[in-house]
Design a protein around this ligand. Structure first.
Ligand SMILES: O=C(O)CCC(=O)C(=O)O
Length: 290
């Protein structure tokens, strides 16, 4: 798939409206092969437990650090040299599950650019969407980190139609921005994550949708503390499932009829006042009244 951004693909399968989702909170080590083997096993186990949609975390094949990204990066156009990509495609097909493949560093052909990229695979193993992290994590203060030192930002949101419905994709810092959640309103919002924060509940309740966030297991030895606590939130802001910080797989149920019910009971789309959400400068009017 050439494009880095919005992608909608149509499957021939009837879409499921009630299904199990798995959030694989994997421990990421320095050993890339071990990470790939571990992710494969966790996806297979999740499928055995009945999951139809499996989500992996941000940078699951590579400890999250600028110096690692170029070393662990893969070129998806050169599949023999892309073991993480190939594993995800194979396991999606062998297990018949939709895989939101977390993210891995992507090297783009001969170019020097690296992206933080999430690949989505259909149940036949085909790649159906590729989301490149839009909002890079540049942070100063007590903790300093500059993702933009090595990673280039993607240039658009990603929405993909799968056997388990329409999914909007975000990668970690993407989740801070409400504009994305609003765009993904008619969908499940799946975010691969390093840090779980309250936004997922806000976006779920504000937009009446399911928000799933998947983090790696905590690693306090790394330069940047990973938080864990992968979570699924329902359209009423209810936490449907969450984890601690250790390696684990969360299995929970998504039922789209809950979105319809919430939207029927509380029709925010109809109630919102798009006509008035702007400041009007009344200075002249007030001055003339004095
Ligand atoms: O936005 C945050 O608080 C965390 C973001 C982050 O860790 C990331 O984007 O990798």
């Amino acid at each position: 798939m050439a494009s880095s951004t919005s992608s909608v693909s149509h499957s021939n399968q009837p879409q499921l409206t009630k299904f199990k989702i798995a959030l694989c909170q994997i421990t990421v080590s320095l050993d890339k092969k071990r990470n790939i083997d571990r992710a494969r096993l966790m996806i297979k186990d999740a499928a055995k437990m009945g999951a139809k949609l499996v989500v992996l975390p941000e940078m699951w094949n590579c400890p999250y650090a600028n110096e690692n990204f170029p070393i662990y990066a893969e070129d998806f156009d050169n599949r023999e040299l892309s073991p993480s990509f190939m594993m995800l495609s194979e396991v999606a097909r062998s297990e018949g599950v939709t895989v939101v493949g977390g993210s891995i560093p992507e090297r783009c052909g001969d170019q020097l650019y690296l992206y933080n990229t999430c690949c989505v695979f259909r149940t036949d193993g085909n790649l159906i969407a590729k989301h490149r992290k839009i909002h890079l994590f540049d942070l100063t203060g007590e903790v300093c980190f500059k993702e933009s030192d090595t990673i280039t930002a993607g240039d658009g949101p990603t929405v993909v139609d799968t056997d388990v419905g329409r999914i909007g994709i975000g990668i970690c810092h993407d989740l801070r921005f409400p504009e994305l959640a609003m765009l993904y309103r008619d969908r499940v919002y799946a975010s691969t994550d390093l840090i779980k924060f309250l936004n997922c509940s806000h976006w779920a309740v504000d937009n009446q949708l399911f928000v799933a966030t998947c983090s790696p297991a905590r690693d306090s030895s790394g330069s940047y503390m990973i938080w864990g606590h992968s979570t699924l939130v329902g359209p009423f802001g209810e936490v449907l499932a969450t984890s601690g910080h250790e390696e684990t797989t969360i299995i929970a149920e998504i039922d789209y009829s809950m979105c319809s019910l919430r939207r029927e009971n509380l029709p925010l789309e109809k109630q919102k006042r798009g006509d008035i959400y702007q400041f009007i400068d009344c200075t002249n009017e007030l001055n003339s009244q004095q």
